[in-house]
Write a protein that binds this ligand. Structure first.
Ligand code: UDX
Ligand code: UDX
Ligand code: ADP
Length: 479
């Protein structure tokens, strides 16, 4: 098993693989890092001389890529060559929730991981260390091992689990100063050599005491558990936001008061229209599926409630818009500020905006959207995708399928925020982009239909100022 790493390959040039490998390359100039992907367009974008065209938008990423690309960081579609040359191969392919068959709507779809393992098994002709980067269900390493070992060419593979904890929008910062780096591996001698090889890579910039090593399964389960706990905090505060709205308390005051208890902590208590992103829901559903598999229905139901509450929070927001607009939004112009699942990213996977839009579209609203980083093509494809792949468990609202033609007709994406808001019946803030706070709200008010409704799904707008201007403002968790 290789103990000294000079060449790394990473399969998957997405939100995880791209930024992580860029930072490894930047911090380890003595290691050659090659990121490969089947998606030709994506690789071309990573290689674009214009750094504003990178396929992943992350603050600071352009500088890191600019520094390392061509020196010891390469992006390529030649997967076989990269596998062949590297001593260590990261798997950072996507693992979406299955949309069909056994475990539909719950289990992780491992087809990309499996394909990737088969390709490594076929191409490799020397011992290699395989690192799981994607969020994978516990014991996937076991399946990867089985596939790798099925090609008996007399070479050895060691599988490590090295879950990624970066959050999108702050990926570079998170990679520079990780709270911890977690590496799981086998307890045998080769396993320990492989773990040490990866520790040595991170030790180039992460203090040694922040790099923790565990057995394989603990590492895999820690990733699911971390995301489940983080999401649970949001669902917990969001559940209280509903109570605040009924009783006249203010959820931000409650969050501040409880967050000062060091046992609770102040982070991740921001009430919102609901969490999104590629990880939280997927990982919890995965955890739920695992618990059912191991016959632990009480544990499964406990965690599933975090997702159910999140569905409810998105539904509550959409329903409030309809209720306040005199019980119908049919034919009304509703403007969304933001479509990404959080600020400072162009990623829209599982964004609350998609579900809120869908529910308003059920009533045939006209939705106008402005997001600084999301294109019309992406918005339409998110809505079309939802029509075909609804979780059967999601029962927050009655729905029927909306055709792509209707979506194209009813959903308009703007490149200018003021044109998006002109003559609108209501504005809804779905993402907490900083620039939304700085708009000329008097000007917006003057061009809107009256009463001018604003639904602030992120509690970022200045309540006193907007109310003074004359807006009819509704925030989350403010009675
Ligand atoms: C998350 C984890 O934070 C990260 O450690 C893991 O590696 C991947 O999943 P990410 O999904 O990129 O990262 O972003 P995160 O900042 O966790 O936000 C997730 C969602 O929760 C967003 O929609 C965000 O707006 C929402 N959120 C977050 C809240 O509504 N309130 C909060 O207090 C925090
Ligand atoms: C609690 C709150 O901590 C305190 O702020 C409030 O004012 C009153 O209620 P108390 O019930 O006295 O205080 O003790 P606490 O330390 O919170 O423990 C409560 C129970 O939880 C105990 O049975 C304890 O053994 C258990 N516990 C606590 C755990 O099982 N695991 C933990 O990590 C912490
Ligand atoms: P994540 O957020 O986990 O990074 P993304 O979808 O952004 O997920 O990125 C995963 C990438 O993996 C995609 O660009 C996809 O094309 C790529 N991919 C999936 N399977 C393979 C494979 N077998 N070989 C190479 N690339 C793959």
């Amino acid at each position: 098993i290789p103990s000294k790493i000079t060449k790394i390959a990473c399969i998957g040039a997405g939100y995880v693989g791209g930024p992580t490998m860029s930072v490894i390359a930047q911090q380890c100039p003595h290691i050659q890092v090659t990121v490969v992907d089947l998606n030709v367009q994506r690789i071309a974008a990573w290689n674009d001389p214009d750094l504003s065209k990178l396929p992943v938008y992350e603050p600071g990423l352009d500088e890191v890529v600019g520094e390392a690309r061509g020196r010891n960081l390469f992006f390529s579609t030649d997967v076989d060559k990269a596998i062949h040359e590297a001593q260590m191969i990261f798997m950072a392919v996507n693992t979406p929730t299955k949309t069909f068959g056994v475990g539909r709507g719950m289990a992780a779809d491992l087809k990309y991981v499996e394909l990737c393992a088969r390709q490594i098994a076929r191409v490799a002709d020397e011992d290699k260390i395989i690192v799981e980067k994607s969020t994978l269900p516990v014991r996937t390493a076991e399946s990867i091992k089985t596939i790798l070992e099925s090609e008996t060419k007399g070479i050895k593979f060691k599988v490590l689990s090295n879950p990624e904890f970066l959050a999108e929008g702050t990926a570079i910062e998170d990679l520079y100063k990780s709270d911890r780096v977690l590496i799981g591996g086998d307890e045998d001698e080769d396993g320990q050599i492989a773990i040490q090889a990866l520790v040595d890579v991170y030790a180039n910039w992460i203090p040694r005491e922040k790099i923790i090593t565990t057995r394989l399964w603990s590492s895999e389960l820690s990733k699911l558990t971390a995301n489940a706990f983080l999401a649970q905090r949001i669902s917990s505060i969001n559940s209280i936001s509903a109570l605040c709205e009924q009783t006249g308390a203010d959820v931000d005051e409650v969050a501040r008061a409880i967050g000062m208890d060091t046992r609770i902590g102040s982070k991740f208590l921001k009430s919102s229209v609901g969490f999104g992103g590629s990880c939280f829901q997927k990982d919890i559903l995965n955890l739920v599926y695992l618990c059912h598999h191991f016959n632990l229905p009480e544990v499964a139901n406990y965690w599933e409630q975090v997702v159910i509450l999140n569905d409810y929070q998105k539904h509550r927001f959409a329903k409030r818009i309809i209720d306040k607009l005199f019980n119908t939004v049919s034919g009304k112009k509703i403007t969304f500020l933001g479509w990404a699942f959080k600020k400072d990213t162009n990623d829209t996977r599982e964004s609350a905006a998609i579900y809120v839009a869908d529910e308003l579209l059920q009533d045939r609203a006209e939705i106008h959207i402005f997001d600084p980083k999301v294109s019309e093509e992406q918005v339409h494809s998110d809505l079309v995708y939802l029509q075909k792949h609804r979780r059967s468990q999601a029962t927050a609202y009655e729905y029927e399928e909306i055709t792509s033609e209707e979506i194209k007709k009813l959903v308009v994406v703007h490149t200018d925020p003021y044109s998006a808001m002109e003559k609108a019946h209501a504005i809804a803030v779905l993402t907490e982009w900083d620039e939304f706070k700085t708009y000329d709200w008097q000007k917006v008010y003057d061009t809107m239909l009256k009463p001018a409704f604003v639904f602030d799904g992120r509690n970022i707008l200045d309540r006193t100022k907007l109310t003074e201007i004359g807006f009819n403002l509704h925030s989350i968790g403010k009675g």
